[in-house]
Design a protein around this ligand. Structure first.
Ligand SMILES: [Zn+2]
Ligand SMILES: [Zn+2]
Length: 363
């Protein structure tokens, strides 16, 4: 039987990262190859050791954990190197960066600039490590907001799976990112669900977010169906002799696109695909010869369908983070906050719909 080679931490050379020129304490972050079981010192499982030189005052001002650790009666308070086990060094660097960046002098310093730059390339997967470690060290999430804003602006997030962006943008209070991720999911995903993070199963959205997204997707289907029904209903109410033929041609073309009936089409396809299919209506519709000259039947059905799709494309702008986050009401009264946002969001959507209708009427 092969025996595993033991590699005590002494054998691994620590990587030194100077977070600030004012550093007066070293926080040693040790990452292991696997999660340690209780009682395991992990000496044979060390993956990396990183020594972060940080400023004690910055740490104790932002974290009750470090306040106790670095100023209390713990042995650590008198040591110049304090060990923190089982944290990801890049995630920790992002946290140190976020905390030190509250000081303008630091952000403008060459040290601050280069440290910050290194953290902006962090992968979207590592964001949960950042959040998890911040929680562990009792650091308020709000302290990470500005750093996350920089991270978000730095990368091209258009190709990132919105499911991965959902939780970090929610937790790190990025309204624009949260709206973009939720919008993308509602239009481009068939199944609205959150990805389970295997390393951090405690990190997930409150259930209402997914509920709201499912509701939004349902709403889009209803609006699209209503738009189409209005045309069908208009033909049914017609008094001309060509309405039957026109209705048949209309329904036939809808069926041929593959995007109709909407509910059925949206069962296996994202709303975006259904809209693309329906936008192809033009290729399948053949106006019956009898309908020429009939004011009702000679409607431009293709552009009517394009308009219906445009209304649905414009309807949902993503979830409003303020509405979701009732734990931090913007107004004094949580309930006022709830109703206030709901009304404003509805007005915003109605305004958009009104604008679209105006455009349509002008045509
Ligand atoms: Zn007619
Ligand atoms: Zn709102």
């Amino acid at each position: 039987m092969a025996s595993s080679t033991k590699s005590p931490p002494d054998a691994i050379v620590p990587n030194i990262v100077v977070i600030t020129d004012d550093a007066d304490v070293t926080l040693r972050v040790i990452k292991y190859t696997q999660r340690l079981k209780p009682g395991d010192d992990g000496n044979d499982k060390v993956k990396s050791i990183t020594d972060f030189n940080v400023n004690t005052q910055v740490m104790i001002r932002n974290s009750e954990f470090f306040k106790t650790l670095l100023t209390g009666n713990f042995a650590e308070a008198s040591q110049s190197v304090v060990t923190l086990k089982e944290h990801d060094p890049s995630a920790m660097q992002a946290i140190f960066c976020a905390l030190h960046s509250q000081y303008e002098d630091w952000s403008a310093s060459s040290c601050g600039l280069s440290i910050t730059k290194q953290t902006l390339g962090l992968s979207v997967h590592s964001l949960c490590d950042v959040i998890s470690s911040a929680r562990h060290f009792l650091i308020e999430m709000v302290e990470l907001d500005s750093w996350f804003k920089l991270w978000y602006e730095h990368g091209d997030n258009s190709k990132t799976d919105p499911k991965l962006m959902l939780y970090p943008t929610y937790q790190l209070n990025h309204a624009e990112g949260f709206a973009a991720a939720t919008k993308k999911m509602v239009y481009h995903h068939t199944r609205i669900e959150e990805t389970k993070n295997q390393q951090h199963r405690d990190l997930h959205l409150p259930p209402r977010v997914i509920q709201q997204l499912c509701a939004a997707r349902g709403r889009l289907k209803t609006i699209l169906s209503n738009q189409i029904w209005n045309h069908i209903s208009g033909l049914l109410d017609g008094s001309c002799n060509c309405k039957e033929k026109t209705l048949f041609a209309f329904l036939h073309a809808l069926k041929e696109t593959g995007g109709f009936p909407v509910d059925q089409a949206a069962q296996r396809n994202p709303i975006a695909n259904v809209l693309h299919q329906l936008a192809d209506f033009d290729n399948y519709f053949e106006a019956p010869a009898e309908a020429k000259g009939c004011s009702r039947c000679s409607t431009d059905w293709s552009s009517a369908m394009k308009t219906a799709c445009a209304v649905v494309w414009k309807y949902f702008d993503g979830l409003c983070l303020d509405c979701m986050d009732h734990t931090q009401p913007k107004f004094a009264d949580e309930h006022e906050d709830y109703w206030g946002h709901l009304e404003r969001d509805m007005e915003r959507r109605d305004d958009q719909q009104g604008a679209i209708r105006q455009v349509v009427q002008m045509q």
